[in-house]
Design a protein around this ligand. Structure first.
Ligand code: NAI
Length: 319
C-alpha cells in the first residue's frame, strides 16, 4: 500500500526556518508528525537586524494545520540555545537541518573584513555550534540525522562570492567528517546544494526561472535523507532544484606517478602532464587514499628521464 513517510514523535530542528527553504522544511515536517523547532533570527538576507516575527508566523502556520512547533529566535552562532529549546520543549532531538544563511556579495577587490567575518560566523560557526550541541544527544540515543546546506557557489565558485563560496564549501568538509565520526552511532550526515526561489535568489534570477524553482521541490530529498528508513546514505552531496536531483562526487584523474628522487624536476612533471590531467581512467576517492602503496610504487620506478624541452599547453617550456 501507499504510506506517508512519517516523523511521528521525532524532533526536527530547522535553522533559518522563518522563510524560503527553511520554512518549506519546517511546515513539511510539521505536517508529517514531527515536533518542529522553528529557528529564525528574523534579519535581512544580508544579516542585518532581527525580529521574532519570521519564526512566529511559521509556528502559527504549523499549529493551525494541526502540527507541533515551537519558535526559537537565537542566531545559529548560539546553536546551543537552539538545541536547548528542542530538549526543553520536546525532550529530544532527532534531526538537525543546518539551513540558516545570509549573503554578502561583493567583488573580491572590494571585500571588507566585516563581509568576510559575518558570512563565516553564520554559515561556518553556526553549523558547527548547532551540530556540536546536538551531537551528545545523537550519540547517547544512537540516532541522529544532519543536513548541511552547501551551494553551487561553494562547489564551483561564483562571481562576487569569495566569502560565501568559502563558507559553503566548508559545509562539505565539515559534514563528510561528521559522517565518518557519526556512522557507528547511527548518525547520518548529508549535504545538499539547493537551487530554489527565495528572497535570497529573487534579486539574482529572472522571474520565469524562479517560477520553476519552488523550495517545496527540495523538501522530499531532505525528507528521504533524514528519515529512519535511510540507514546507509551518509557523507554524500546532492544537487537539487527545479525537480532535478543528482549526487555529486570527486573524480580523480589517472595521474602521473614519478620516482620521488633527484630526477623529479619540473621537466619530469611536465613530461607526465597528460597523465596528471587524464580523466579517461578516473577513480572516485571518498577518503584519504592508500598513500603508502603509492609511495612504495613510486620508489620502484626507474629515475625520471631528464627533460629537455617540453610542450606545456602549446608553449615550449625549458627544463
Ligand atoms: P532565505 O533568506 O529565504 O532564508 C534564510 C533564513 O535564514 C532567513 O529566514 C534568515 O532570517 C535566516 N537566518 C539568517 N541568519 C541567521 C542566523 N544567524 N541565525 C538564524 N537564522 C538566520 O534564503 P534561502 O534561499 O531559503 O536559503 C536557505 C539556505 O540555502 C541558506 O543556507 C542558503 O545559503 C542556501 N542556499 C540557497 C540557494 C537558493 O537557491 N535559494 C542556493 C544555494 C544555497
Amino acid at each position: 500500500g501507499r504510506e506517508e513517510l512519517r516523523f511521528d514523535g521525532q524532533t526536527v530542528v530547522v535553522t533559518g526556518a522563518g522563510g524560503g527553504l527553511g520554512k518549506a522544511y519546517a511546515t513539511f515536517f510539521g505536517s508529517r508528525g514531527a515536533n518542529v523547532v522553528v529557528n529564525d533570527l528574523g534579519g535581512s538576507f544580508k544579516g542585518e537586524g532581527n525580529s521574532t516575527k519570521a519564526a512566529d508566523v511559521v509556528v502559527d502556520e504549523i499549529k493551525k494545520a494541526g502540527g507541533k512547533a515551537v519558535a526559537n529566535y537565537d542566531s545559529v552562532e548560539n546553536g546551543d540555545r537552539i538545541i536547548d529549546t528542542a530538549i526543553k520543549s520536546f525532550g529530544r532531538i532527532d534531526v538537525l537541518i543546518n539551513n540558516a544563511g545570509i549573503l554578502r556579495d561583493v567583488s573580491f577587490k572590494n571585500m571588507k573584513d566585516d563581509d568576510w567575518d559575518l558570512i563565516m560566523k553564520v554559515h561556518v560557526k553556526g553549523a558547527y555550534k548547532c551540530a556540536r550541541a546536538a551531537w551528545p544527544h545523537f550519540r547517547k540515543q544512537k540516532y541522529g540525522r544532519v543536513i548541511s546546506t552547501a551551494s553551487a557557489a561553494g562547489l564551483f565558485g561564483g562571481f562576487g562570492q569569495t566569502n560565501y563560496s568559502a563558507a559553503k564549501l566548508s559545509q562539505v568538509g565539515f559534514t563528510e567528517t561528521l559522517a565518518k565520526e557519526g556512522y557507528k552511532y547511527n548518525i547520518l550526515c548529508n549535504i545538499i546544494a539547493p537551487i530554489a526561489a527565495s528572497r535570497m535568489t529573487e534579486t539574482v534570477m529572472p522571474p520565469d526561472m524562479l517560477e520553476s524553482l519552488k523550495p517545496d521541490w527540495i523538501v522530499p530529498l531532505v525528507a528521504v535523507l533524514v528519515h529512519p528508513s535511510n540507514t546507509t546514505e551518509t557523507g554524500s552531496i546532492f544537487e537539487a532544484g527545479g525537480g532535478h536531483i543528482a549526487k555529486l562526487r570527486w573524480e580523480r584523474a589517472k595521474g602521473g606517478l614519478l620516482r620521488a628522487d633527484d630526477s623529479m624536476t619540473p621537466g619530469a612533471v611536465l613530461a607526465k602532464w597528460k597523465d596528471v590531467g587524464d580523466f579517461s581512467e578516473p577513480s572516485y576517492p571518498d577518503g584519504v587514499a592508500n598513500f603508502m602503496e603509492l609511495l612504495e610504487e613510486a620508489q620502484k620506478l626507474p629515475s625520471n628521464p631528464p627533460g629537455q624541452k617540453v610542450d606545456f599547453k602549446d608553449k615550449v617550456v625549458l627544463i
